[in-house]
Design a protein around this ligand. Structure first.
Ligand code: FB9
Length: 476
């Protein structure tokens, strides 16, 4: 039964169950309420909950609606007689009764006197004066409600599902231990009954596409990299990637540096030394950048600008173990202090894949890119040489998009430089091919969203989230 039952409700419940304990049916809830001096609305509420608990079976048999008589319509328009009379009495002072009578229509005067007197609104004597400042015309409001049909009442007939003769049923649970349930007739459980549709949450389109991409990577034998650290040190985000300390991407115009904690606490010292040396003097066939490398620069904390920072940590960890080929992927947020426009926000989700094995070449990269993007429905690819501080050679990837009827830049890629891999301790013949793209761009194209603000951020209209179907990637 409902947790907290008001007095009224309990009383009504007992009245109904008590009655049904000795009578087969309550034919008319309206009649029942009237006869038992109960408020019919409360009776209907209790009927609904008893019905909900399958204690009774109830049919909604009659719906009574009320209609106004002409007189009712008149009072609904002009106000109830008692209020018309009240308003005819001057707020201050008094009026002669016969004066008042002249001002009102006879039936209004008659009923008005009666009601206004009963409501103690006026002092009725030879002179009539007001006893209250203000009155509310409840009658008129009720009449108006009836006029616009707000007052239909549903009448129920109900039978006790468990036609118990003994009083034990009155609200008390049936004592199952007692076994007397055996002679009760039970209605079949309808296991196919659909529960009320649960208003559940909806996955954001980005998360739907993210999931599909994740499953795609896992099907291709890739392992997901742990990306649960938005805050990163400049060392893992830039220096370990052989990105020079004066590279434009490393200034506050492009990167969100942290005020607190502004610097990282610990870095693997011997590895840091090797990174310092490769930046300053090169090695592993490289002549390095030949600038004075500063530890304090590497210590600066920031919001990672790419998930490639995570790839760096994973490759460094890989180098600590006996070498084994690896395929890793990551899909998570990255932050760039860039000008926001229709397709760029200060944060987006980067998708990154990498393959680490002995003797991998640019050809392997192109092969993997074809394999990956063909599963996204993009098989007509073109590659354009580009430059990344941490990969050489590097390529931008383009695909001809039938729907858009144009070549679309769908990502970036490259072969990680030995200046990045060798200081980690990876074997000389180990090479790592990698590529990256955003999650937002494919999602926008798949869902036909032209402005990134409609997809991500506080301006998103939730109905887009609620009604968007699953867009199967790979279907152009
Ligand atoms: O996602 C991008 N484009 C794209 C991807 C898929 C797509 O699918 C459609 C359904 C058919 C459509 C478009 N881009 C990368 C290309 C452009 O949008 C580019 O203008 C914007 N780029 C972002 C960075 O912007 C500053 C997209 C983002 C990006 C760029 C590079 C990488 C990752 C994300 C990378 C990398 C990388 C390279 C080498 C080694 C490791 C990682």
């Amino acid at each position: 039964m409902a947790a907290v039952k008001g007095e009224e409700t309990a009383m009504v419940e007992d009245a109904i169950l008590g009655y049904l304990a000795t009578h087969e049916v309550i034919a008319d809830s309206g009649q029942f309420a009237y006869e038992h001096g109960l408020d019919h609305n409360e009776v209907v509420n209790v009927i609904k909950s008893l019905h909900g608990f399958r204690f009774i079976d109830a049919q909604d048999i009659k719906r009574e609606t009320w209609a106004l008589t002409d007189e009712g319509k008149k009072y609904a328009d002009e106000g109830s007689p008692e209020v018309q009379l009240f308003l005819a009495v001057p707020p201050e002072g008094s009026i002669w009764m016969d004066e008042l009578q002249k001002k009102l229509d006879p039936s209004v005067f008659k009923i008005g006197c009666l009601q206004a007197g009963k409501n103690k609104w006026v002092d009725m004597g030879k002179q009539v004066s007001r006893k209250v400042q203000h009155v509310e015309d409840k009658v008129k409001n009720l009449l108006i409600q009836i006029q616009d049909g707000q007052t239909s009442v549903s009448i129920y007939s109900l039978i006790g599902l468990i036609g118990l003769s003994n009083s034990k049923f009155l609200g008390g649970p049936v004592d199952e231990q007692g076994g007397d349930w055996k002679e009760l007739e039970f209605k079949e459980y309808n296991f196919n009954a659909k529960g009320p549709p649960a208003e559940a949450g909806h996955l954001h389109p980005l998360l739907k596409v993210k999931d599909q991409l994740k499953n795609m990577f896992l099907r291709m034998g890739f392992e997901e990299m742990p990306t649960n650290n938005f805050v990163e040190s400049s060392f893992w985000n830039f220096d370990a990637l052989f990105q020079p300390q004066q590279h434009p991407a490393r200034d506050a115009h492009d990167t969100f540096f942290l005020e607190a904690p502004s610097t990282t606490r610990k870095l693997p010292e011997e590895y840091v030394e090797l990174v310092k040396r490769v930046h300053e003097d090169g090695g592993y066939g490289s002549r390095g950048y030949g600038y004075e490398w500063k530890r304090e620069e590497a210590n600066k904390n920031l919001l990672r600008t790419h998930t490639t920072a995570v790839s760096t940590r994973m490759l460094y960890a890989l180098a600590k173990q006996p070498f084994a080929p690896k395929k890793y992927f990551s899909i998570d947020r990255v932050f760039r202090n860039e000008a926001v426009d229709r397709t760029h926000l200060a944060e987006f989700h980067q998708i990154e894949g990498l393959v680490c094995d002995r003797g991998l070449t640019l050809g392997d990269l192109i092969g993997v890119l074809h394999d990956f993007f063909s599963q996204l429905g993009m098989s007509n690819l073109r590659f354009k040489p580009t430059y990344n501080p941490y990969t050489e050679p590097s390529m931008e990837v383009f695909s001809y998009h039938e729907g858009l009827g144009k070549w679309v830049e769908i990502g970036n890629s490259g072969v990680f430089r030995p200046e990045m891999l060798r200081p980690m301790g990876l074997p000389e013949d180990a090479s790592v091919i990698a590529w990256g793209l955003s999650l937002e761009r494919p999602t926008m194209i798949l869902y036909g969203i032209s402005n990134i603000r409609d997809l991500f951020g506080h301006k998103v209209d939730l109905s887009l989230i609620r009604r968007n179907p699953i867009c199967r990637i790979g279907i152009n």
